[in-house]
Design a protein around this ligand. Structure first.
Ligand SMILES: Cc1cc2nc3c(=O)[nH]c(=O)nc-3n(C[C@H](O)[C@H](O)[C@H](O)COP(=O)(O)OP(=O)(O)OC[C@H]3O[C@@H](n4cnc5c(N)ncnc54)[C@H](O)[C@@H]3O)c2cc1C
Length: 437
């Protein structure tokens, strides 16, 4: 059926695109390579609690298109206070397992945020010449960093090194410190989806959509007459195609385009970064840690097994989630289960000073090696240009359209960003919106 619009990928961008088209009465069909929908949202229930192995938070719920969807599909949500000045949301431990003053630690984190604001806005601050990456910037010294107590300094360093790695899924040597500021935050903090998780939103959106699972696209040919999409299950002729596959998949040339993608788009694909962020969820026979704090922080030099989310705070389940980003995620991904557990259980023993039982179950991610993701989310890599995301988003010949988190100029690396780009691409297909240039 040649008038059909094919959407490639049933992640948030693909689902948003297809929903928008279907609501407008357009014939649409989604091709999804995996045997499940949701893409980089992936909710696991095997540990007896909702564990989102991909996206887990709505970042900035106010004005966020996901918030009404979360309410509509009845997801339970709780706040995570990453910068709570009272110091009650997090318990912090030094390398020997001694409790640090969490209030002072968070003050240090806020001092880092203030330093970065100052760098961006102050007429007095001059960055070191040729500072491209965050690491280059740090090398010149950050405002206020010498006025901190040791505990404040620990919080400052955590934000500068490890938290920056989570924000961008990349090492500070790789991030362009100026372009990172293109990311815009919605207000309202961070809502953790603990009851049902992202799966509820994804399943709710997908309920009436025609989705073909285990259908991997390998080639897209396009010309004035239409498009021809080749998959492992055969070939489909259609009118228009919306490509929502992750940047990592485009980088690896998993889909051949004929004719080849225009040079500016290929350059944007090459220049933008695809980062790493992975989680390990551990279920224990019982909870041996306090229920109240949302997070635990182990301040050690390597930054391995340092960040922990306390699932028991949200849902009474003996589950902890340990997470790493950038090269730390890549390092942990290479550890065998036993090697990882040796480290993780030692850290838990140091922090909680008790006999730590072996976990009864463990779930690990490896987004870097997942052939349908090849990374976690995009980042502003040194060498990329501010227009690269628009170049990635630009339609070709009113035939091929592009969506997905990496195509968003300001909400990249998020689910709401992916959602918005899907709606945008659907509107482009219908001729009622042009890519923001
Ligand atoms: C560990 C982790 C934590 C995160 N935490 C958060 C968070 O807390 N909050 C937040 O807002 N964001 C978070 N993100 C980012 C967020 O998950 C993504 O930005 C968003 O889900 C991307 O949606 P998308 O539709 O652009 O891509 P995807 O969800 O990746 O969808 C693309 C789809 O294309 C399919 N596909 C790929 N190749 C092919 C092919 N050849 N043929 C057919 N189908 C194909 C894939 O299987 C996938 O389903 C996190 C991501 C990760 C990995």
């Amino acid at each position: 059926m040649q008038e059909e619009i094919i959407v490639i990928g049933a992640g948030m961008a693909g689902l948003a695109a297809a929903t928008t088209l279907q609501e407008a009465g357009k014939p649409v069909r989604i091709l999804e390579g995996r045997n499940r929908i949701g893409g980089r949202t992936y909710t696991d229930d095997s540990l007896g609690a909702t564990v989102d192995l991909g996206a887990a938070w709505i970042h900035g719920p106010i004005g966020n298109p996901l918030t009404p969807l979360a309410h509509r599909f009845q997801v339970q949500m709780g706040e995570t206070y990453f910068d709570d000045e009272s110091g009650t949301s997090v318990q912090v431990f030094d390398a020997e397992g001694q409790r640090l003053d969490a209030k002072a630690y968070v003050q240090g984190m806020l001092a880092y945020a203030a330093a970065m604001e100052h760098i961006a806005a102050s007429v007095l601050y001059k960055p070191p010449p040729d500072a491209h990456s965050l690491a280059d910037l740090y090398a010149g010294g950050l405002p206020g960093e010498n006025e901190l107590t040791p505990t404040q300094r620990a919080g400052f360093d955590y934000s500068a090194q490890i938290r920056a790695q989570f924000v961008d899924a990349a090492d500070v040597t790789e991030n362009d410190w100026r372009l990172t500021r293109e990311y815009l935050h919605l207000p309202g903090g961070d809502l953790y989806l603990y009851g049902g998780g992202y799966k509820r939103i994804v399943d709710g959106l997908a309920a009436d959509l025609p989705i073909e699972l285990e259908t991997t696209v390998t080639q897209i040919e396009y010309d004035a007459g239409g498009a021809r999409v080749t998959t492992n299950r055969g070939t489909i002729l259609c009118d228009k195609v919306i490509v929502t596959v992750p940047l990592g998949v485009l980088k690896a040339n998993k889909i051949q385009f004929a004719p080849a993608l225009p040079a500016p788009k290929q350059q944007a694909i090459a220049r933008l970064g695809m980062g790493n962020y992975d989680k390990i969820a551990l279920k224990f026979p019982y909870r041996f840690w306090p229920q109240e704090p949302q997070r635990f922080q182990y301040v050690n030099e390597s930054g391995i097994c340092s960040a922990w989310l306390n699932v028991a705070h949200y849902k009474d389940a003996p589950v902890l989630i340990n997470y790493h980003a950038g090269s730390r995620a890549q390092f942990v991904n290479r550890l065998r289960d036993e090697e990882y557990l040796d480290r993780a259980l030692e850290v838990l023993r140091l922090m909680f000073k008790c006999d730590v039982p072996a976990p009864v179950a463990m779930v690990r991610t490896n987004w870097e090696n997942d052939p349908f993701a090849l990374g976690s989310y995009s980042f502003q890599k040194v060498g990329c240009e501010v227009e690269d995301r628009q170049r990635l988003a630009a339609p070709i010949d009113n035939r091929l359209f592009f969506a997905g988190e990496a195509t968003h100029p300001h909400y990249f690396a998020t689910v709401h960003g992916a959602y918005e780009t899907g709606v945008r691409a659907a509107r482009e297909v219908m001729g009622i919106c042009e890519a923001k240039g």
